[in-house]
Design a protein around this ligand. Structure first.
Ligand code: SF4
Length: 264
């Protein structure tokens, strides 16, 4: 009980007792006591205030999530420059997800992640693993193409804060897909997904985690297109062999030998 209320009550109690005893004349309270009572009535102790219940968490379904992401306007500059939001494609119950950084010009035009030369290489890797592209869910950390003010063409890396703004959408996609493993392609995707700033060469070949799901970080296909040596291809392939083992897939002797001199 507040001090103000206690003090006002102490002054008012004798008057109330007189009323109870049957004194006919109207009781008189001092102006000060009345003021204190009024103030006490509006000054409630903090414990009496009940906090509002938290709003219910959104129960995402694919339908609701797709509608929300495709209509997202959280980044006004990207909304102004994008052709469309690149939602992600593939099996929505996939056991494996591939994650890139953001759409480039071609993805922005076609509305699909990993198209063009990098996309063709990813498709080859997926097929060498024994899957089809439709077996996997492929998405980017950022769903809109990074804008290029004053530039007609070209792509730029998404900024950390841009990826952080968009990451909640990917998190909800991951929660719906419930994959058993994920592959993050390239340093920027690893940074956006996991906050990783270490070099790929220092983290590839080891398991990291997103939302409790094992994540393998490996080189971006664009890197492999620039460095077409057998040793770099083998590194990515060894990461994929680890992914297959994690998924409990049987690895054939031929698969074991890919990108080794024995396979040549
Ligand atoms: S980048 Fe992501 S958060 Fe920003 S507008 Fe596009 S969908 Fe929304």
């Amino acid at each position: 009980m507040s001090d103000v209320f206690q003090q006002a009550l102490a002054e008012a109690l004798p008057l109330l007792k007189e009323v109870q005893k049957g004194i006919k004349s109207a009781p008189k309270a001092s102006q000060t006591a009345l003021k204190r009572l009024r103030k006490a009535a509006t000054t409630r102790p903090a414990a009496a205030v009940q906090p509002l219940p938290p709003p219910p968490a959104t129960e995402w379904t694919w339908e609701l999530l797709e509608k929300a992401i495709l209509g997202c306007v959280k980044c006004p500059n990207l909304v102004a420059s994008r052709t469309q939001v690149v939602f992600g494609v593939g099996n929505r119950s996939a056991e494996l997800m591939f994650i890139g950084e953001a759409p480039g010009a071609e993805e922005d035009k076609q509305g699909e992640p990993f198209v063009g030369k990098s996309g063709q290489l990813i498709t080859k890797i997926i097929e060498a693993m024994g899957f089809t592209r439709d077996d996997i869910f492929i998405a980017n950390v950022m769903k809109c193409r990074p804008d290029m003010p004053g530039e007609e063409s070209g792509n730029r890396k998404p900024k950390g804060e841009e990826m952080a703004t968009c990451l909640p959408w990917l998190r909800e996609q991951v929660r719906l897909v419930k994959p058993r493993a994920m592959v993050a392609l390239g340093a920027t995707a690893a940074e956006g997904l996991l906050g990783e700033t270490r070099l790929i060469r220092d983290i590839r070949g080891t398991w990291l985690e997103f939302e409790g799901i094992p994540v393998m970080v490996t080189y971006h296909p664009a890197y492999l297109l620039r460095n077409q040596t057998i040793t770099e291809k083998r590194k990515v392939w060894e990461d994929m062999l680890l992914v297959l083992k994690k998924l409990g897939r049987k690895i054939t002797p031929k698969q074991e030998r890919f990108f080794t001199t024995a396979a040549q």
